[in-house]
Design a protein around this ligand. Structure first.
Ligand code: E4P
Length: 218
């Protein structure tokens, strides 16, 4: 299993990373913006330094640019910050060409904003390390997101490549459980889902009973 915290908020990192559950952090320009951060190299360099100081294995940051060349140029600059950075790229035509170029340079990549099974095949063929389908957003569009992601799982298993399915846009702990039961093992989600994983009333009651008993002494 490999879990990522989908947040660029340092407060959220400090709360959640010591839980030991998270292998890494994922971000994108929207997530940076929500944390009041600009999608600029010096800002991301500071962020990466802080993230690695908190002990994560991997930080995923998204490159930017409207064509392949800037996507590659910015991706190379991001990757130069640390060998533990994975460069995210949207699975557009320009983005796939950028991933192929970054792969040739030895940079690890995630093809993101994935909505359809064939895009997993594209990602494997281009040499992406991860492919990130948007589970919740596919459901918002009325698609059978679970079936589509299971198809992606099968496509990657048959591809002969090591491309890993990183399921994103997860909205609840139940989503996570359904996906994990279907054989998925790599997920990114934000703090709302993380909080939801610790909101079981029965567990809270059982823990309170243990504490009350312990407090009474032997
Ligand atoms: C992934 O890169 C996105 O940040 C995220 O998973 C989107 O989640 P949402 O669809 O719930 O906004």
């Amino acid at each position: 299993v490999r879990l990522f915290l989908d947040s660029a908020d340092r407060g959220a990192w400090e709360r959640w990373l010591p839980s030991g559950m998270f292998f890494g952090i994922t971000t994108n320009p929207t997530i940076l913006d929500a944390a009041g951060l600009a999608c600029r190299l010096p800002v991301i360099a500071d962020l990466a330094r802080d993230a690695f100081a908190l002990g994560i294995e991997e930080l995923q940051v998204q490159t930017w640019g409207t064509d392949t060349l800037p996507l590659v140029r910015n991706g190379l600059a991001l990757a130069a910050l640390s060998p533990r950075i994975v460069v995210k790229v949207p699975v557009t035509f320009e983005g796939v060409r950028a991933v192929a170029a970054l792969h040739r340079e030895g940079v690890r990549t995630t093809l993101t904003a994935v909505y359809a099974p064939h895009q997993a095949l594209t990602a494997a063929a281009a040499g992406a390390d991860y492919v990130a389908p948007y589970f919740g957003r596919m459901g918002d569009l009325g698609h059978d997101a679970l079936a589509a992601i299971v198809a992606m799982r099968d496509i990657l298993a048959a591809s002969g490549r090591a491309t890993r399915l990183l399921v994103a846009s997860i909205r609840s702990a139940d989503d996570l459980a359904r996906l994990a039961a279907a054989g998925l093992d790599t997920f990114t989600f934000g703090t709302k889902v993380a909080e939801g994983m610790f909101s079981d009333e029965n567990t809270a009651n059982a823990a309170a009973t243990f504490e009350a008993t312990a407090a009474r002494g032997a």
